[in-house]
Design a binder for this molecule. Structure first.
Ligand code: ZN
Length: 468
């Protein structure tokens, strides 16, 4: 049997400053090695100062994953020598004298399967190594410490996954969750990195390090399962080692023999005192937690009668569920959810595109109201929506500038039908004999009115005139 466990590194991207100094947490657009200070560069004599907000955000992740938060948390030095680590140790958490990391023993349900969370710890991100070409063939390695010291939460699961597909589903749920509680933007480059531990039967554990995309971790795990199974079949023992995913060749490659925990020589970080968390603070953090995705989904189904699938899609996207919550009223809730899930999500499915949307909750609500009141056909609604997305103009302006007013008065529709009858003599004859072909004529009327004629009224008048 295949057993897979994960270590997920999730950056707390919503914080202003790094974990132990006042340098900016947002390092992505800065000149290399410009976002640093003596603390995050690890200069002798500098003292780290813990970012309180980072502790709160990490605690929110802990609570969201059903973990227990201890009364006191502590920090440790994890020693290893690598150029991305200016201090030669990383400040992290470690459960050496009882649980002192920000969360333990949680769980999360994914489609009926329980995934246990072993531990959640708050730690600093190392710097970035930039290779010229690939890491194997490069002659030059550059180091950028802008990222060093930015706040990171490591989430360690038990080896409860059996397939790479389960892993991917879990990661998607986790990404939605951290986005929903407002601690991280998982779609930023490098914001969520995954290590996978994988073993076959009683065989040795292989670790796949630092895969940057969910799709790649799924592929890497697939490759690794096949590799290990083929070794076992040939009677060869799987080595306990660390491998990395070679994106170009789509294989995992051995990178170094795996460090054992004792190699890291964990030491208590004496520069940061033990932090008392206490029940009061936990209760306060709980009040800051937004409605969970599961609760939101339930509310959509129970209160608005949304189909489960629509509620799923909407509740798991924070941007769109916030937009829904701000736009709808009792009467138009279903229509608003329709417009968002069938039209808007198709137009703007990426972070960049969502930011560019100019439509406001008011515009969306007005549009849905008009459709519900039968003042606008869905077709015209789509045109109005696209115009509002582009221009950000209010709904009423868009309707008049595009001349989208709904034609529902029988007189005007009848006039158009008369025109169609003159132009489509053959189709009219056919429809009289075979009423199933009437839709062709409805379509003609729609085209002439640019989709503005009320379909039900049109059909009524057509039937009367054709006597079918
Ligand atoms: Zn700094």
């Amino acid at each position: 049997m295949t057993k897979i466990g994960l270590e997920i590194h999730c950056q707390l991207t919503k914080l202003a400053s790094k974990l132990f100094c006042s340098c900016k947490a947002e390092y992505r657009n800065a000149e290399p090695n410009s976002n640093i200070c003596p603390v995050c560069a690890g200069l002798p004599g500098s003292l780290p100062m813990l970012n309180k907000k980072a502790v709160e955000k990490a605690a929110m992740i802990s609570l969201a994953l059903g973990c227990t938060i201890p009364e006191k948390i502590g920090f440790f030095r994890k020693n290893y020598f690598y150029p991305d680590l200016p201090k030669n140790f990383q400040i992290t958490q470690y459960n050496a004298y009882g649980p002192t990391s920000i969360g333990s023993d949680g769980k999360i349900e994914i489609e009926g399967k329980t995934i246990r969370i072993r531990r959640i710890q708050l730690e600093e991100d190392p710097g970035r190594l930039v290779y010229e070409g690939t890491s194997e063939k490069t002659m030059i390695t550059l180091v950028d410490y802008n990222r060093a010291g930015t706040p990171l939460v490591e989430i360690v699961t038990e080896p409860d996954f059996e397939t790479p597909k389960q892993v991917r589903m879990f990661l998607n749920v986790l990404a939605d969750l951290v986005e929903n509680i407002g601690v991280s933007d998982p779609y930023l480059e490098g914001a969520m990195r995954v290590d996978g531990n994988i073993s076959e039967g009683d065989g040795n554990r292989v670790e796949i390090k630092n895969v940057g995309s969910f799709r790649d971790i799924e592929k890497a795990l697939h490759f690794e399962i096949t590799r290990q199974q083929s070794l076992v079949e040939r009677g060869i023992q799987v080595l306990a080692e660390t491998r990395h995913w070679d994106e170009a060749r789509r294989i995992t490659v051995s990178s170094r023999s795996k460090e054992e925990e004792q190699d890291y020589r964990y030491l208590p970080e004496a520069d940061i005192p033990i932090v008392q968390i206490g029940n009061n603070s936990i209760e306060q953090i709980k009040t800051q937690m937004p409605e969970s995705i599961v609760a939101r989904r339930e509310r959509y189904i129970k209160k608005y009668g949304m189909p489960a699938q629509v509620a799923d899609v909407l509740s798991s996207d924070k941007f769109y569920s916030d937009l829904f919550d701000k736009s709808h009223n009792e009467k138009n809730a279903k229509e608003v959810s329709n417009i968002i899930t069938t039209d808007l999500m198709g137009v703007a499915d990426t972070r960049e595109k969502k930011i560019e949307l100019k439509i406001t909750p008011n515009h969306l609500s007005d549009l849905a109201d008009a459709i519900v009141a039968n003042k606008l056909t869905r077709n015209s609604g789509k045109l109005a929506l696209h115009e509002m997305i582009q221009s950000g103009k209010p709904f009423a302006d868009v309707v008049s500038s595009l001349d989208l007013g709904h034609v529902s008065d029988a007189g005007s529709i009848e006039k158009v039908i008369d025109e169609v009858f003159q132009e489509e003599e053959k189709a009219v004859m056919e429809a009289k004999q075979n009423p199933d072909t009437i839709n062709y004529l409805v379509g003609k009327v729609m085209r002439k009115t640019k989709g503005k004629a009320d379909p039900a009224t049109t059909l009524d008048i057509l039937r009367k005139k054709l006597a079918v």
